[in-house]
Design a protein around this ligand. Sequence first.
Ligand SMILES: [Zn+2]
Length: 427
Amino acid sequence: MPAIRDVLIWDSERGDAERGDIAIGEDGRISDICPPRSAKRDILFDGRGEAAAIPGLVNSHTHVSMTMLRGLAEELPLMEWLQKKIFPVEERLLPRHIRSGAELALLEMIEGGTTCFADMYYFMREVASAALSFGMRAALCRGLTGDDSQKINENLNLAEEFGGREGRIIIQLGPHAPYTVPRDALARIAGIARDKNLGIHFHWLETEGELEKFKEKYGKENVSPSDYLEGTGLLDAPKLLLAHCVWHPVDELERLCRPNVTLVHNPKSNLKLGSGYAPLREMLKSGANVALGTDGAASNNKLDMWDEMRSAALMHKGYHKDPTLVSARDVLRMSTLSGAAGMGFGDVGLIKKGWQADLVIVDISGPRYVGCGESNLPEFLVYAGDASDVRATIVAGKLLYKNGRHLTADRDEVVAKAREHRQEIMK
Ligand SMILES: [Zn+2]
């Protein structure tokens, strides 16, 4: 039986870590957690007491293929960035570019210990097939704009073809945003989601301008942002990922506090596009399920959950002048269990017997980790850790990456092909 040997294992439920071995069953689930060095054979990784194991990191909002557009437009506000720079290039993208961008993103995410991601884009067969071939877990949707039955059908076909594949792919419906999808179409999509038991992934009030436009349009009808989400039926979808929520009224956060609804915080993208500070303190206080995401690489510009965790933990302390809020443990939970649960992976995000063996092995032997131990692992990881500390990335018990080497992909080949495709796009 494969095992991870002699690592400091983080137990999020207990709130501390303990040295031990993690045994993994044939089904890719954790079959046992046992005393250190009790596993003798089939060792996937030997931590020698100098590495830690945490649940795989979960990136709950991204557009992986946008790695092909990284650096294309910098230092612009969201609407200008999107409409003048991003949309025109996106019109030229072909399936092979989407595939290349996805593979580039998967390399970066796997190297940084991300094991699962929620993605919205188009030509999503390419993304699904790349995720399967690289061994990742993902919740994917076809981005829907306008009232477009053809796009909805594409999304539904995706569900038929890939939904549940190897237990690693969940297909959701992807209405893009309230400013790109009419209210009636949203209601129709929400109805389909309920009928077909599919989750929804949606951008929600990312910028202040969106909230202003929303008020202009719906203020007369006395429809508040929460009324709108409720009225369209989005809040009743089997699962709902609401990306950003930067401008959702704080006094209405409690209305998003439902077991099927997840708010996805994207601190670095919000900072870079100048969108503002999401009310993370209040989101957490409301009891809502809150997850963390990077957004696409054209607006971040990294797909690095370590950077994201650190930004989330730091920026709200500064903004509110209060070092006690948004703890390292909060952001680690947001980046593991809360994200996985929000997508519908109910057995991902804890190192626990019977749960999926989605794990990251982190080297804690270096200078930045002196003093790291059983009681302070999340604080060391979030405040002092770095993606470059990742030594192994494991999904469903399978090693995807170990000691700087990819085991499911040819790194050089992916990068070379992506370079070629980038040139094609920019011609
Ligand atoms: Zn986005």
